[in-house]
Design a protein around this ligand. Structure first.
Ligand code: ZN
Length: 344
């Protein structure tokens, strides 16, 4: 089969031929139809410090996909071949404290598809049957291929609680844009966003943001957002940028007693005004990692079936697997937002 894999300890990926993987007794073998390129895959492509310290050379990359079950292991009896499925890419043996208390997504013994074990940028991928998510018939393939990042957005929004609240999203990359449409669908009253990319700011407005501030013009927006929220500031901060100035400004804007859900990842330890931003503010701060298994997946399906999510404008490109170089380039230059590889 074809597989996009990490062929050396350096930049880029190579499309090679590999044997079709053999499913373990509790695994299912899935024929991949479409797969999303994620920011994580870009780190692996670029071979930054994180990738060099984490990614085994020789691994098949990719963790966001939709496909069809081809074959099941001897002890995997839940699903039959032919079923259209996606899968949760965080894989835990299910025996540790968090896995046994409803928090398998942050299990310390978790391994990640396409990061720690062979992923889905290939004709076939194996996953444990517990990780399989049957896809509702009304959800098209290109949307089903990006349930993983959509789940990040849904987990962030639902953890913070946005219904009838004002929301600030700092950073509208792929997941930030998804968070805008999810927050809108989940009943946020008004959504404010900030970013440094005019195209993404415009798209955030299209998706329902009432104000989209260009952070390159300074942080005068903090005062403006406060003016628009009775002087208090937004009830909820969804931090999606990982950028230290955005994190600082976002917390300055957040109202006293507000809730901040943090998904963005700074590239190194940062300086942060804990006193003003959290202690004296009485803020609730939530770290967001992955998606709840499988509460987030049910919420995601419910939101998708409500018809209120707008993802078509976020999934900007669908290109054949062979053109993977162009896919990564579209993401690197910012010309594309979410790029989906057409595998089979
Ligand atoms: Zn991803």
């Amino acid at each position: 089969m074809r597989a996009l894999h990490k062929h050396h300890a350096g930049p880029e990926l190579a499309l090679i031929q590999k044997p079709v993987p053999e499913p373990g007794p509790r695994d299912v073998l899935i024929r991949v139809k479409k797969a999303g390129i994620c920011g994580t895959d870009r780190h692996i492509w670029e071979w930054d410090a994180w990738a060099a310290g984490r990614i085994p050379v020789g691994i098949t990359t990719g963790h966001e996909f939709v496909g069809v079950i081809e074959r099941t292991g001897a002890a995997a009896t839940r699903y039959a071949p032919g079923l259209r499925v996606s899968a949760e890419g965080h894989i835990s043996p299910g025996t540790g404290y968090n896995a046994r208390t409803g928090n398998a997504h942050i299990a310390s013994d978790m391994v990640i598809l396409g990061v720690d074990r062979d992923g889905c940028f290939a004709d076939y991928v194996c996953v444990p049957e517990e990780n399989v998510w049957p896809v509702h018939e009304s959800i098209p393939d290109h949307v089903a291929a990006v349930l993983d990042p959509l789940g990040n957005a849904v987990h962030t929004v639902m953890s913070a609680g946005v219904s009838a609240r004002t929301v600030l999203v700092t950073g509208v990359g792929i997941i930030g844009l998804m968070a805008v449409t999810v927050a809108k669908a989940a009943g946020a009253s008004r959504i404010f966003v900030t970013d440094i990319d005019p195209k993404r700011l415009a798209l955030a407005r299209t998706l329902g943001a009432v104000e989209a501030y260009d952070a390159r013009e300074g942080d005068g927006w903090v005062a403006d957002i406060r003016k628009q929220t009775r002087g208090d500031g937004p009830d909820v901060l969804l931090e999606m940028s990982g950028s230290p100035p955005a994190i600082d400004a976002g917390f300055r804007a957040l109202r006293m007693g507000g809730t901040a859900a943090l998904l963005g990842i700074p590239s190194r330890p940062i300086t942060f005004d804990l006193n003003s931003h959290v202690v004296f503010k009485g803020a609730t701060v939530l770290g967001i990692n992955g998606r709840k298994m499988f509460e987030t997946w049910y919420q995601m399906e419910a939101l998708l079936l409500s018809g209120r999510l707008r993802l078509e404008e976020i999934i900007t490109h669908r290109i054949p697997l062979e053109q993977f170089r162009r896919g990564f380039e579209l993401m690197r230059t910012g010309e594309g937002i979410k790029v989906v590889l057409e595998v089979g």
